[in-house]
Write a protein that binds this ligand. Structure first.
Ligand code: AMP
Ligand code: MG
Length: 327
């Protein structure tokens, strides 16, 4: 059984084919084109959607070629129905709907955030983890309970990805800036004081962002180092408390910021202290991609035959804790 997954929530247009094998899935292809805003600027939704429109047919063709299949071989099509930027989401949905109706293939709108988790589980082998989802769009600590992913801590304002990207852009870097900040942070061990804000089990990054921007006058490398140390320690504290509370014995990090080695090392320390197993999604699948959508579609196909065309909507704000997970 072959599933095409289409991702277009923000900067990335991606198509992937996953072959379902018993309870597992094998990624046959995963092709991505990423919209890059001008240096110092964030994603412009209209420009990003134009990028996706221009690249959608070549990405789809390359994806099918690499998987060595034809459109007619597809058994199902999954697309990211949200959350994300409306103009970008609509491009993926239109491609999915057109293929589905013309070739009569079942269609599945899936939640992008759940996609990060499902792909993480597929690739790491984690069974029932406490999940740290950290990306451009999310900062959430999650555990599965009674048919839904439940939130045990989240950001009260901007996400961890936005913190890093907005800080980097203030220095004139091209977005996304996480990797560049990590490189600069690795060159310093000089901590400058920054606000550490954990409220209950939630975190707040906006004051930290303002203070970090001001601290760059004392040295950019020190500011990058201190920003990472502060933000990641806040997340690690909330994650450790959630682990103790939920009594899970696995932690899994997913989302684009999972690529960061310092974040992993702090969470590995948490796991050692709490005697839990540590999993992190492989670097190449940390960011947005078609595979996360395809694998979630495959999971959903075990409990329902696909959506009616009238239900193939997009929802810009679609919280993952509102989704019933029945498989
Ligand atoms: P996503 O929204 O899942 O595609 O993740 C994109 C986010 O991941 C952006 O905010 C990037 O800055 C961030 N990111 C990518 N690589 C790294 C890294 N090495 N360290 C920290 N953040 C990163
Ligand atoms: Mg994402």
């Amino acid at each position: 059984m072959y599933c095409l997954g289409i991702e277009s929530t923000a900067h990335t247009f991606s198509c992937a084919v996953i072959e379902k094998k018993q309870k597992n899935g094998k990624i046959l292809s995963d092709v991505r084109k990423i919209y890059k805003p001008p240096e110092g600027e964030g994603i412009h939704p209209r420009e990003a959607s134009r990028h996706h429109i221009e690249n959608s047919s070549s990405v789809l063709k390359q994806c099918l070629d690499e998987a060595k299949i034809k459109i007619n071989d597809l058994d199902m099509i999954a697309y990211a129905g949200g959350p994300g930027l409306g103009p970008c989401l609509r491009v993926g949905a239109v491609v999915a709907r057109s293929l589905s109706s013309y070739y009569d293939i079942p269609i599945y709108p899936v939640n992008h955030a759940i996609g990060h988790i499902e792909l993480g589980k597929l690739l790491t082998g984690a069974k029932n983890p406490l999940v740290l989802l950290v990306s451009g769009g999310h900062t959430m600590i999650l555990a599965f309970s009674s048919g839904r992913w439940r939130v045990f801590g989240e950001t009260l304002d901007i996400t961890l990805g936005q913190l890093l990207d907005q800080f980097g852009r203030s220095l004139g870097f091209a977005s996304p800036c996480g990797r560049k900040i990590e490189e600069l942070a690795n060159k310093s061990t000089n901590y400058v004081d920054l606000p550490y804000v954990v409220k209950g089990n939630d975190v707040s990054f906006s004051g930290l962002l303002s203070a970090a921007k001001q601290s760059t006058s004392k040295g950019v490398q020190d500011a990058c180092y201190s920003l990472q140390e502060t933000a990641f320690a806040m997340i690690a504290e909330a994650t450790e408390r959630a682990l103790a509370f939920t009594r899970k014995n696995e932690i899994m990090i997913v989302g684009g910021v999972a690529a960061n080695k310092r974040l992993s090392s702090m969470l590995e320390d948490v796991c050692k202290r709490q005697k839990a197993k540590f999993f992190v999604v492989p670097l190449n699948y940390a960011g947005d991609c078609g595979s996360q959508i395809a694998i979630t579609g495959i999971r959903e196909s075990s409990v329902y035959p696909g959506a009616k065309m009238k239900d193939t909507f997009v929802k810009q704000s679609w919280r993952l804790d509102s989704v019933d997970v029945l498989y």
